[in-house]
Ligand binder design. Sequence first.
Ligand code: FES
Length: 104
Amino acid sequence: METICVTWILQDGSRKTAAVETGGNLMEAALDNAIDGIVGQCGGSLACATCHVVIEEAPAALPDISPDEDDMLDMAEPERLPGSRLSCQLLAVPELDGIVLRVP
Ligand code: FES
């Protein structure tokens, strides 16, 4: 199974980097790695925004924000920022090897 390197910047400013198997999404990867602040309450069905992250570095273009993701981001807590995404909507694909996500 191929893996990519994903880094989260935690709320206390520390960083955690993990090898993430491709195929899943980055919310699931956060749960697998016990990333504080990522809950994934709705299981990835775009109904919670508890998988909110802010993209700090993206090695490739990310998929466009869908209208449903856009609506849910407007309800995110803490507030939506430039670069905010719902990590359940981001697949771990080889092009994103090295991505850096901040937990808001
Ligand atoms: S896990 Fe609920 S919107 Fe991403």
